[in-house]
Design a protein around this ligand. Structure first.
Ligand code: B12
Ligand code: SF4
Length: 580
């Protein structure tokens, strides 16, 4: 049997509505260069098994109560655990855990006509809420695993992780590569320590969180041999080759982070690392377990604008903004559509320009593909009625816009490069052409005054109630100052910056969220305004049975529109614009 070069893993916790792109893109590249590779999405596998009557009952009856009783004095953790417990209690009482398992299975069979019934539609939303709360379960369980073992508490994870490690030992790969995004960090770090006890091959980590935290991964965790920031394509193959020749000079491997006698070294991501990325290869991923058939596509890497002061998005990619030829992107769409029997696609670029959107629409129409798609974008002035009309015709049904705030003054201080007048025009034009606009906004940017927040609330209330936009409980999140962003740099380097009264670094090692007090310190009044707005919005959308999606279930927007267009009577409102 040919020895496996690398086994790539994605561990809890990530969204389960669709597969992520990170490992499938790497797998494709590694195979192209002749490496033997296996990939697994254990996040999906674990969550699928937890979302069953047996395991949900165990969580509700035994595990969460243990967490609660041992965290009684730890107020913050206790309250979040209590919220999870209450959610499970309500689900059990109202619907029973068996219904959760059944609806999950229907979704996996792509049988969504249960949306006819109120009760079943509610259960679907609750599945995503439970999945969101499982973050807390995984994060907490890793600290309790030895307690569960010692006290022989019957628990899912304590048995499961060993099975996974045994499988790795059986496959005996030359290297294990773990993909880590912020939400996967705690579990992945713990898992690697357990893996190290049995596995003597190389352990490599990469992904968006490693791109931001870089050397901290090697500093803090002896189980890891190597880390790699930005795009793994430039690092993994070269590293495997080098290790196989036992050459220990790693200086020519781009973006590699490694230990030397003098300390941890971080190699540069050399200029030439700007190749095109490969089509995703999902072999090994449990494609029939994801809760929707939606597939992600990427047309570009990086952001053409790249000026927003708060943003760190370009970090996981190489040096330059790059864009694929539109025909190649639509080739991938066509292939994935046939291979996975789906017509639902989500573009996950930082932003797509109006001109490129026009090309996407034209290419889809040229090939007469019957697809439904959505994307994320900037409120660029170039969008107009003609473009939206073409986009709709080609199957676009929703755009997530980076609105950020309803105040021009705050937008300007962010260097967002967009304006409120265009935004309003775009929402109107998109809506009259059938496209749902989803607005991403946060509150408490350090230059935001009470009047600015009032403008944000007004913008979203007005457009929300007119069906020009579909909120994602917009404004709920407070602004997070990310270390490494231009704004954080201003805060730390320029004492008289006119924005911050005080800035300080996070206390824990991997935390990238700096703390701050802005000069406009109006937190209490803002909290009151937001509390009222959020309650009103929540009540309004709840009463009108609007299915609001969030980061856990974005793909459901497409699923529901698809069902509606197929003629399934829906018990929920997808919140398409009036007339659609
Ligand atoms: C699409 C996207 C989403 C989507 C889909 C996520 C998914 N499940 O796939 C949605 C909207 C759901 C989402 C949600 C969130 N996201 Co998001 N998201 C992105 C985005 C825009 C693109 C990610 C992507 O698919 N890129 C394409 C693939 C091919 O690139 P990649 O994943 O980076 O992989 C490459 C490298 O990282 C590397 N690599 C990856 N794995 C490995 C492994 C090894 C061994 C090696 C060597 C290399 C390597 O090589 C890969 C190929 O080049 C990024 C921003 C960005 N530009 O990266 C943010 C980003 C990943 N998201 C982020 C965050 C914080 C979130 C949320 C936690 C936000 C929130 N508070 O709710 C949630 C988490 C939800 C969840 N439970 O999954 C952060 C992560 C920061 C961090 N420290 O990790 C990012 C980087 C944005 C940012 N800078 O703030 N997100
Ligand atoms: S917030 Fe969006 S538009 Fe602004 S720099 Fe970041 S990715 Fe680009």
């Amino acid at each position: 049997m040919e020895k496996l070069d690398i086994e790539l893993l994605s561990l809890p916790v990530r969204a389960i509505d669709r597969p992520s792109l990170s490992l499938p893109v790497l797998t494709s590249n590694l195979k192209k260069h002749g490496y033997t590779v296996k990939q697994h999405d254990y996040n999906m596998v674990f969550q699928n098994e937890l979302l069953t009557k047996y395991n949900l009952s165990q969580l509700y009856e035994t595990i969460i109560p243990i967490f609660l009783s041992t965290n009684f004095n730890n107020r913050e953790t206790y309250l979040t655990l209590k919220a999870f417990y209450t959610l499970l209690r309500d689900v059990k009482k109202k619907y029973g855990f068996f219904s959760v398992e059944k609806i999950k299975e229907k979704m996996q069979q792509r049988n969504f006509d249960f949306f006819k019934e109120h009760k079943e539609a509610d259960i679907c939303q609750l599945i995503f809420s439970i999945s969101g709360e499982l973050k807390l379960y995984f994060k907490t369980t890793v600290y309790y695993c030895s307690f569960f073992e010692k006290n022989q508490v019957e628990e899912y994870l304590k048995n499961k992780y060993k099975v996974i490690i045994d499988k790795i030992i059986f496959n005996s790969p030359f290297m294990v590569g773990i993909s880590i995004m912020e939400v996967q960090r705690t579990f992945s770090l713990w898992f690697m320590e357990k893996l190290r006890e049995k596995y003597d091959g190389y352990i490599l980590v990469g992904g968006s969180d490693v791109s931001l935290n870089k050397d901290k991964y090697l500093e803090e965790n002896k189980a890891i041999d190597f880390a790699s920031y930005a795009e793994g394509e430039y690092t993994i193959g070269k590293l495997i080759n080098k290790l196989k020749t036992e050459d220990q000079d790693y200086t020519d491997i781009p973006a590699l982070i490694y230990r030397t006698r003098e300390g941890i070294k971080i190699n540069e991501l050399f200029e030439q690392c700007s190749e095109e990325w490969d089509e995703a290869d999902y072999e090994g991923f449990p494609m029939d377990l994801y809760l929707t058939p939606a597939i992600q596509l990427l047309t570009s890497k990086g952001c053409e604008w790249s000026k927003c002061q708060f943003c760190m998005h370009w970090n996981s990619y190489g040096l330059k903004f790059r864009q694929k030829e539109v025909s190649k992107v639509i080739d991938e769409m066509e292939k994935q559509s046939q291979k996975y029997n789906t017509n639902l696609f989500i573009f996950v670029d930082e932003a797509i320009s109006p001109e490129y959107d026009q090309q996407i629409a034209a290419e889809i129409l040229k090939r007469s593909l019957n697809v439904r798609w959505m994307q994320m974008s900037r409120l660029d002035e170039g969008y107009n009625t003609d473009i939206f009309r073409q986009m709709y015709k080609s199957g676009c049904r929703a755009v997530e816009w980076g609105q950020e705030t309803g105040s021009q003054k705050v937008l300007d201080s962010m260097c967002k490069g967009t304006n409120i007048r265009d935004a309003q025009r775009i929402y109107h034009q998109a809506a009259t052409n059938g496209i749902i606009s989803k607005t991403l906004m946060f509150h408490n940017y350090p230059t935001e005054s009470i009047e600015d927040l009032a403008m944000s609330i007004k913008l979203i209330e007005k457009n929300g109630k007119n069906r020009f936009v579909k909120p994602m409980l917009t404004l709920r999140h407070s602004f997070v100052l990310k270390l490494g962003s231009p704004l954080a740099q201003t805060g730390f380097e320029n004492k008289d910056n006119g924005i911050f009264a005080r800035v300080w670094r996070p206390a824990s090692v991997f935390n990238l969220n700096a703390k701050y007090i802005s000069i406009n310190n109006d937190d209490k009044v803002k909290d009151m305004m937001l509390g009222r707005y959020l309650k009103e919005m929540k009540d309004y959308y709840h009463k009108t049975r609007v299915y609001l999606t969030n980061n856990e279930d974005i793909a459901m927007d497409l699923v529901l529109i698809n069902e509606k267009e197929k003629g399934t009577p829906l018990s929920v409102d997808v919140y398409q614009p009036n007339g659609y």
